[in-house]
Write a protein that binds this ligand. Structure first.
Ligand code: FPP
Ligand code: MG
Length: 340
């Protein structure tokens, strides 16, 4: 971790890289993606148009669309399909979050009430379904037919990962490798798919497209590890969603996994005791957090995110150099320092 911090301090300009800085090469295209998302969500059905405009108000980080655009431009893509494909990737992501918020009982996202807490779960499930199917339908308009399969493969892997995570809720025996496999499926597949779609549009070779996908996988795993870390350490207001919710909802993530596997017997027993009573006593989660902190599990978790971030940057070195590659190189650094 120290090495990474020193690396940033050396170059003040890229210390804590901002999204604005990362996106400077592609801002005009990202603006077009926003327009596309608005169009895409306009519907004669009032429920669809109302909830879609609530969902697509510009509050997200738009990392996945940025990946599609940057990866296509890295290979000199000059046409316009990347705008729609970026909007579709963001739509799959958005649909998965509204379903995930039902599963996780989350009432707030991006600082606003979640869709199910405003419109109810029945409507939310249907809206998510609508967005998924609409996305797959629109992906069929691409000249590059393989993109449809990239979307369907990513979607099935995401469902698989989300199901595994849910079915392993409250399982204190969960091991790091299984946890990482879940992150890969539920989160990293869409990052990887975004990069693969970009490479496909840019007519990159199979080898190059595979490298882009591998970069996306490592980036996505790093992103989700930080997401899980912020659930323990983040600021509720900046994050726009509640903290300690993984623990409260029974999702076993790396800080807890590490502690259970590395703490001494008395801390381990105490965590298990506190875990069993966390539903009944508000302070239990905070006490679990104290034990997690005192065992260095937050530092360890951060270090694992750094490992995947470094790996993603290593992979990039094998791809052609350009300003687009520089932006792709900065995204993993932004992810490590993000607070939302
Ligand atoms: C957020 O995780 C959730 C995901 C990254 C994926 C959710 C996937 C599904 C609901 C299945 C997708 C279905 C299709 C058809 C693509 P989190 O709960 O750890 O993050 P959070 O703290 O932001 O809620
Ligand atoms: Mg969630």
């Amino acid at each position: 971790m120290e090495k990474t911090e020193r690396k940033f301090l050396k170059d003040q300009a890229i210390k804590h890289p901002s999204l604005k800085n990362l996106y400077k090469e592609i801002q005009a295209d990202l603006d077009k993606v926003e327009e596309k998302l608005k169009l895409f969500s306009s519907s004669s059905n009032k429920i669809i148009s109302e909830i879609s405009s609530y969902l697509f108000q510009k509050a997200g980080k738009r990392i996945r669309p940025a990946l599609v655009i940057l990866c296509s431009k890295l290979f000199g893509y000059k046409e316009e399909e990347h705008i729609l494909m970026s909007a579709l990737v963001e739509t799959i992501h958005t649909a998965s979050l509204i379903h995930d918020d039902i599963i996780d009982n989350s009432d707030t996202r991006r600082g606003k009430p979640t869709v199910h807490s405003r419109w109810g779960s029945n409507i939310t499930v249907l809206l998510g379904d609508y967005l998924y199917i609409k996305t797959i339908g629109l992906s069929l308009t691409s000249k590059h037919r393989e993109i449809v399969k990239i979307f369907t493969d990513a979607s099935t892997a995401m469902i698989d990962g989300e199901l595994k995570e849910y079915s392993l809720s409250d399982n204190l025996e969960l091991k790091e490798n299984v946890y990482l496999d879940i992150l890969n499926q539920k989160t990293a597949t869409l990052f990887s798919a975004s990069c693969r779609i970009g490479g496909t549009l840019g007519s990159a070779s199979k080898e190059e497209t595979d490298l882009l996908a591998e970069y996306g996988t490592n980036l996505g795993i790093s992103f989700q590890i930080i997401d899980d870390l912020l659930d323990y350490t983040g600021d509720k207001k900046k994050l726009g969603k509640p903290t300690l919710s993984d623990l409260n909802e029974g999702r076993i993530t790396l800080p807890l996994i590490y502690t259970l596997n590395n703490a001494g017997e008395s801390d381990r027993k105490e965590i298990i005791r506190l875990y069993k009573e966390k539903g009944n006593r508000e302070n239990s989660s905070k006490e679990i957090l104290d034990i997690i902190k005192s065992n260095g599990a937050l530092d360890y978790t951060y270090q694992r995110a750094v490992d995947f971030s470094n790996k993603s940057q290593e992979i990039l070195k094998k791809l052609p150099e350009s300003n687009y590659r520089t932006s792709l190189h900065l995204i993993p650094e932004y992810i490590l320092y993000r607070n939302r």
